[in-house]
Ligand binder design. Sequence first.
Ligand code: PEP
Ligand code: MG
Length: 886
Amino acid sequence: MTKWVYGFGGGSAEGRSDMRELLGGKGANLAEMCNLGLPVPPGFTITTEVCTAFYDNDRAYPDGLNAEVETALAAVEKLVGRSFGDAKDPLLVSVRSGARASMPGMMDTVLNLGLNDETVEALASVSGDRRFAYDSYRRFIQMYGDVVLGVDHYHFEDILETVKEDKGVTLDTDMSADDWAEVVEAFKKKVQSELGQPFPQDPREQLWGAIGAVFGSWMNARANTYRRLHNIPASWGTAVNVQAMVFGNMGNDCATGVCFSRNPSTGEDRFYGEYLINAQGEDVVAGIRTPAPLTEIEKQESGSDLISMEAAMPRVFKELCDIREKLESHYRDMQDMEFTVESGKLYMLQTRAGKRTAKAALRIAVEMCRDGVISQKDAIMRVNPAQLDQLLHPTLDPEADRKVVGMGLPASPGAASGQIVFSAEVAEEWAGKGRKVILVRIETSPEDIAGMHAAQGILTSRGGMTSHAAVVARGMGTPCVCGAGAVKIDYANKTMMSGGVTLKEGDVITLDGATGEVMLGEVATLKPDLSGDFSQLMEWADVLRRLKIRTNAETPEEAETARGFGAEGIGLCRTEHMFFDPERIISMREMILAETEQGRRSALAKLLPYQRQDFIDLFRIMKGLPVTIRLLDPPLHEFLPHGDAEIAEVAKAAGVSEAIVKRRLLDLAEANPMLGHRGCRLGISYPEIYEMQARAIFEAAIEVTKDGGDPVIPEIMIPLIVGKKELEILKAAIIKVAAEVEDEKGAKLKYLVGTMIELPRAALRAGEIAEEAEFFSFGTNDLTQTTFGLSRDDAARFLDTYIAKDIFAGDPFVSLDQDGVGELVSLAAERGRATRSDIKLGICGEHGGDPASIAFCEAQGLDYVSCSPYRVPIARLAAAQAALGK
Ligand code: PEP
Ligand code: MG
C-alpha cells in the first residue's frame, strides 16, 4: 500500500533528506533536521504523490489519505500535548507548500490554522495574552481568506487601515486586544459578504481547505509560468507540510528570523541573517518592520541602531550558531535557515541550500574544497556556469535606483550607460570626442561595425539572439539588448519611444544586457572581479574537462581577451568582419563593383596586405594554438552602401558612375539573402576572392614562423557547403595557392582544409564530404536556421509565443535543439568519422557557449567548442561539468 503521509517530530522522522522527490525540499529537510536531533516543531508531510494522484483523479484525494492524516495529526497532538480544535488548549498548525525545487509561484503559507471563535478564547487564556490571541486570529483569517478562499488581500488591508484610523493608531503594535477583536469581526463580515458564506469555523474543514489550496496552487498561472521558465515538469507535484505552530510573537522573549550559514552575496564564511523580536515569520519577509541584524559584526558593518540577536538573546544565539555549524557540515553546503524563538526556546522551521550570487558561489565552493569539506568535483558542480556571466562584465549596482522603460532580449551581458545615437557614424564621431554612447538601431549590419565598436552598448528593436547585433556584441563583450520590439525608433527625427517616454539623440539610457532591461538615465555599475577564487575554480575545471575551448574572434582585442580568459585557439575567425575598416571597405567595394575578373583581382591585390597583417596579428597572439579561418561568407551586397549620399561617395571613390553602383546594388539584391549568394557560393563564382584570402593566410603563417616564431598550422574553413563537390573544387584551389606560396618563399607549409557543416544536406552527406574535409565545424546558427526553416533575424518576433505555448522548450538559437538539429550533428559526426577516423570536430555556432549545448557536444565526443571571448570561462566550467556527467 502506498504511504501518503510521513510524520516527523520528537527527535525522529519517517522521512530523510534524500527523499525530496517524495517529500519536497521543505519536507525532506524538516525530516532530516528531526533525525539530527534539532528542535523542530512536530508535524507531517503529505507527499508529492498525493498531488499527482489528485490531478490524475479529477482532483480527488486517494483512498486512505484521510485516515493517514488523522493518525499523523494524533501523533503531533501527543507530542505537543494539545488537541486540534480543543476548546481549552488547542493545537494550532501551519500549512505550507513544498515542491522538489523551491517555487515562489505557489501558495506559500497559512499560519495559526485551527483558530475559530471558540479556540481563540482558549488561546487567550492559555497564553494569558488576549491581545496576542486575537492578533493571531486576524492574521489567520487574512491569510486563509486570501490564499484559500480567494478573498483579495487588499480587502483586509483596507479594513485594517480604517480601524487603525478610527482608533488613531499608526502601528500594529499599538492595537489593543479589543481593537484586534473588532478587526476579526470586520474580517469575518467581509468574507461573508464576498463569498456568501461564513468563514469556516470547523478546524478540520480549515485544514482540508488549506491542503486543497496547496495542491490547487500547483496548477495556478504563476506556478505554471515559473515551472516553464525553470524547466520544472508538472508531473513532479508539490508536497504539503502541516506542522505544529510555534509563536515568535508572544512577547519580548520571542522572535523570528532568517539566516544564512555564510554570506549569500559575498560568500564570506560568517554567520549572517536578520531577525525580529516579538514577530511572526511573515513579518520579516513582508518588510513591515525593519529586521535587526543577527550578529554584532553585522550590526557594526551596517551601522544599524537595532539590537542584534547576539546581544539580545545570547543563549539562544549560541544555540543557533551551533545549529548553523551542524547543518552546514551535514549538508556540506551553505544553508538558508528559518527559525522562531517561542518564550526563549529555539525552533528550526526550515533549512535548504541557500541561493547565492556568482561571487559567493565561487568563494564558497573554493573555500569548502580547501577546507576538505567537498571534493574538487563537488566544487565544480556547485557553480552554475551561466552565472559566471555576472562576474565577467560590469554589472548594475543592485543598490542603485532604476527606471525601466523597455525590455528586449538579453543578447550580450554587462551593463552600460551612455547617450543615445541612431547611426554608427554618429556613434564613432561622438565616441571620438570622448563621449559615451549607446547605439540604437532597428537592426545592425556589418557596415555599422565601427560604430558598434565605439559604443558602450547596443540596443536594437529587431533581431534575435543570433542577429548581427547580438553576435558581434558578444564577440566584443559589449552589452547588447536586441529585439526590443516595443521600442519605436524614428531615424528621421532621431528619437526613440519606449515605455511611454520619448527620448532624443543625446539623452542618456542604461542597458542591462544580462536581463534585457532598458533604463532611463545612468545607473551605477560595479566592476568585474576575477580574483583568486575564479581562477582557482577554472584551474580545477581545466584538469577535469576533455573538450577543448576555442573562441570566435577576428580582432586582436578579441583574441587577446579570449586568451586572457583561457581560450585554447580560435575556432572561428569570420574574415568578413575584417573588411569594414574605412581603408579596406573602399577596395572591397571596388572589387564588388568590378565588371571583370581582372578588375576584381586588382582590387583584391589591395586587400591582400591588410588581410595578411590581420592573420599575422592573430597567429602571434595565439602563439601556435590552432586558428580556424573561415573564408568570406556573407552576400556581397552587405558591403555596399545603401543611402544616396553614400552611393555618390562610393561611386566617386571607385571612379564609376552612380548609375553603375545602383545597378550593381540591384543585381546583388536577393529576396532571401540568407539562402542566397553567400558562403562558398561566392568562392565558386569568384575563385579569386578565396585565392586572395588563402594567400594572405599562407604568407602570414610563413612570416610568423620565419624567425623562430611558434609554429602555425592554419585551419582553412569553407562555409555553407551542401556537398563534397564544392569542397573538392575550393580545396584544390587552396592547395594550388599553397604550392605557389611555398615556391615563392622557399618554405614548407602545414595547414588543414575543412568545412563548416551548417546546412542539413551537408550533415547528411558528411560521409563523402569527409573524403575532402580534414575537419568539420558545426555552424549551428545556420544549421538551426535551415533545419527549422526559421530566419535567424526574424524569429525573435514570434518565438515568445512558441515558447509560451510549449511548442519550443526555449529559443533554439540559444540552446541547441538536441532532438532535431542535434540529430543532424550526431549523424554528421558519425558519418564523418566513418570516412576519416581522426577527423577534427568542433562547433562554432553561438551554442558553443551554452552549457546545455556543451554537454551535448561532450556526449557526441566533439573535440572542441568555440564561443565568443566572454563566454570562454563559462564554457571551461560547463565542459568540466559535462565531463563529470552533469
Ligand atoms: C553558424 O552558422 O553557426 C556560424 C558560426 O556562422 P555565422 O554565424 O557566421 O553564419
Ligand atoms: Mg553560418
